[in-house]
Design a protein around this ligand. Structure first.
Ligand code: SF4
Length: 310
């Protein structure tokens, strides 16, 4: 059973944000996160809330939940990683915007100090030390074992273990009976073989509460100049059809929330098609492809989704 969650935020003018989270370490390659989300909207509580409403926007992204022990080096010449780009989400608080703001402040202060002495294009001295020794570290260190416990032992065991761990950490900052747990397998490696898992039969979208993927993508207002080279790169162009299709039932056709990847044709004539114009830049393919064969790169000129009110 994969982990995950959901959220509903109420906004002004009778609007709601409805979100659905699927942990990408799921094993069953037949799982279709987009369709799980559509099904969720038919839950009586959610359906009642949405009844009579109108769809106005759609989007998707990967949440970097690895926390403290997954944060990469934050500085590089001429730039820095901040907020969610560096994985500063506090998982048990389901919140990352506080650390995004704190990292923005720390980076801005380091940039101002660099400019004041005439430096540019080098490492943003002081930013990394500020993050790793300041309030962001305090916030993330005490919850660092919650996600690894959840991935290893499931929700209920992790609630108990994580609760005890956060309690000891709050008494003596950094103290944990677990030390610092590693995350275990990557999300890509967690993907099981198609033959070992049941096919999941999802209901068809009803066009009122649930919708097909491509019409929803239109509500992300994503745009990519068609004449540019695809910004999604395959290290080996043969892997999707020769390996991922027979072994994993072509999971990219399901884990991509924008329908970018398609297997076209049948048998020996099957081709792998990348509709890069639809991409909403969630980075799931880069993370979940079982062969780690896909790399998301930056498209030209700021192309991509254009989320209103988000
Ligand atoms: S192609 Fe990759 S990054 Fe783009 S929407 Fe699909 S999964 Fe996300």
């Amino acid at each position: 059973m994969p982990g995950g969650g959901s959220f509903i935020y109420h906004l002004e003018n009778n609007q709601v944000y409805v979100g659905f989270v699927v942990h990408l370490n799921y094993e069953n390659p037949h799982l279709f996160p987009y369709r799980e989300f559509q099904r969720f909207k038919h839950h009586p509580m959610v359906a009642e809330l949405l009844k009579g409403g109108k769809r106005v926007a759609y989007g998707a992204r990967a949440i970097t939940e690895g926390g403290w022990q997954s944060m990469p080096k934050l500085e590089f010449p001429g730039g820095a990683l901040l907020g969610c780009a560096a994985g500063m989400v506090n998982v048990p608080r389901i919140k990352g915007n506080h650390n995004a703001m704190l990292s923005g402040i720390a980076a801005a202060e380091a940039a101002v100090a660099a400019i004041a002495v005439g430096r540019s294009g080098d490492l943003l001295d002081g930013y990394e030390a500020d993050v790793r020794g300041g309030p962001i570290a305090k916030d993330l260190k005490r919850v660092r074992n919650v996600k690894p416990l959840w991935s290893r032992y499931g929700l209920f065991a992790s609630l108990i273990g994580g609760g005890v761990d956060m309690w000891t950490n709050s008494i003596v900052p950094g103290l944990s009976i677990f030390g610092t747990l590693k995350h275990g397998k990557s999300d890509a490696a967690a993907t099981g073989k198609a033959a070992d898992h049941p096919i999941i039969d999802y209901p068809k979208p009803d066009g009122t509460l649930s919708f097909d993927r491509l019409t929803n993508v239109a509500f992300s207002f994503t745009n990519h100049e068609e004449s540019q080279p695809a910004h999604l790169h395959l290290a080996d162009a043969s892997i999707p059809v020769d390996r991922n299709l027979p072994d994993f039932a072509g999971p990219s056709a399901r884990y991509c929330p924008a329908g970018v990847y398609e297997f076209v044709g049948e048998g020996a004539a099957t081709k792998f098609q990348i509709n890069f114009q639809n991409c909403v830049h969630c980075k799931t393919c880069d993370i979940k492809d079982p062969a780690q064969n896909i790399t998301w790169t930056v498209p030209q000129g700021g192309d991509g989704p254009n989320y209103p009110n988000m």
